[in-house]
Design a protein around this ligand. Structure first.
Ligand code: ADP
Length: 357
């Protein structure tokens, strides 16, 4: 409530006081703001400065809990004996006015506090976004440095005199592997740093058959699965086509990351089950492995960018720790979500929910 509202209350009550006591005019003096010096706050339109014309004067003190805001003074043209009841009524009216002003002050203070906390919240959000950005850049730099350092080491080795074709070839092969890793990291980074507006422009929505998509991903990963002698099984519940409206390329990336992880962290000669079903208006895809599982400590962090569990360092292949961050991100830009359940030593289940078409 603004100061204008307080003035409005005072005006209304002064005008009403004039009416209640059948006075000819009235005015209020006092202060409407804490710390303000008292002065004339309001006078009725017919108020005249020449007090001589008035025969009776009545004072309404504006007081509340030992706090005085001022007085309303009423003028009467005729002699008017002020009855005891009138004075009691006047005191009550003064009390009401001061309460109204006090409440207005309190609301005003609360509004100010609210505005302040909103500003604080905005600043906190900006600061945390800034912190996330800094962390992201630091992590990304670190990730890019490793393959670069390995490449540098191999190039140095290849250039060492005397020239030796065999050493050079081995070094170049190592460089080639690191270039592949580097370009994968750069692709993932580009994905994760795209702004939501850019993504909306890039996304190409079309009906995607989840059954077909998962089969395609399994085919791509078949050599990798064969290396660990892992078998993958798709179990479909119900006969209906599981269709979602989405971007095929991004959705393929989502399932590729999840199934690749299931193989990476899966047990040698183990099984990966992929359950497909419909849950209300969502298509539900569960990827169940019987591998190393995830510790309770790691579980809440695995979807963070660059997070790698301890065991991942010794696992096969390149592990940037970006895979699950991309999974979560792709699910969310499609209006879906990912959930995980896991028991260390027993295996993990990742469940993806995507809106059905
Ligand atoms: P990474 O490149 O390290 O695999 P991800 O983001 O895909 O990165 O996964 C983050 C971490 O989550 C992994 O380092 C690993 O510790 C854990 N993780 C992911 N999937 C599984 C799984 N199926 N079983 C066990 N641990 C997993």
């Amino acid at each position: 409530m603004m100061e204008d509202d307080i003035v409005r209350i005072i005006r209304l009550l002064t005008d009403n006081a004039v009416k209640i006591f059948r006075a000819d005019s009235g005015f209020m003096t006092g202060k409407i703001k804490a710390g303000n010096s008292p002065g004339l706050i309001y006078k009725t339109s017919n108020f005249s400065e020449s007090k001589h014309k008035f025969k009776t004067k009545m004072i309404i003190p504006i007081e509340y809990v030992n706090h005085s805001f001022g007085n309303i003074t009423l003028y009467f043209k005729e002699h008017k004996p002020i009855a005891e009841g009138d004075q009691a009524l006047a005191n009550t009216l003064g009390n009401i006015i001061s309460q109204a002003v006090t409440i207005s002050w309190m609301i005003q203070k609360e509004d100010e506090m609210l505005r302040l906390t909103e500003k604080q919240k905005e600043t906190e959000i900006l600061l945390s976004q800034e912190k996330l950005k800094t962390e992201f850049i630091a992590n990304a730099t670190h990730e890019l440095r490793t393959p670069l350092a390995i490449m540098k080491g191999n190039v140095d080795l290849a250039l060492m005199p005397p020239p030796d074709t065999k050493t050079m070839k081995t070094a170049l092969e190592e460089v080639n592997i690191e270039i592949k890793i580097l370009s994968e990291i750069l692709k993932d980074l580009a994905l994760l740093t795209s702004s939501s507006q850019n993504i909306k422009n890039i996304l190409r929505h079309s009906p995607v058959n989840i059954d077909e998509l998962i089969n395609k991903v399994l085919k791509r990963l078949s050599t990798f699965a064969a290396e660990k002698k892992i078998t993958a099984k798709i179990i479909k519940v119900g006969k209906s086509n599981l269709l979602i409206l989405g971007d095929k390329g991004y959705l393929e990336k989502l399932f590729l990351n999840l199934i690749k992880n299931a193989i990476s962290y899966g047990r040698n000669k183990g099984t990966i089950k992929i359950n497909l079903s419909k849950d209300k208006n969502m298509v539900k895809i569960r990827i169940i492995d019987d591998g190393i599982g995830i510790s309770l400590e790691d579980l809440p962090k695995i979807f963070e960018r660059f997070y790698r569990g301890d065991k991942a360092h010794s696992a096969h292949g390149s592990h940037s720790g970006l895979g699950l961050a991309i999974v979560k991100w792709v699910a969310e830009i499609h209006g879906g979500r990912v959930e995980v359940e896991s028991k260390e030593g027993k295996g993990s289940t990742f469940t993806v929910f995507l809106p059905a078409k």
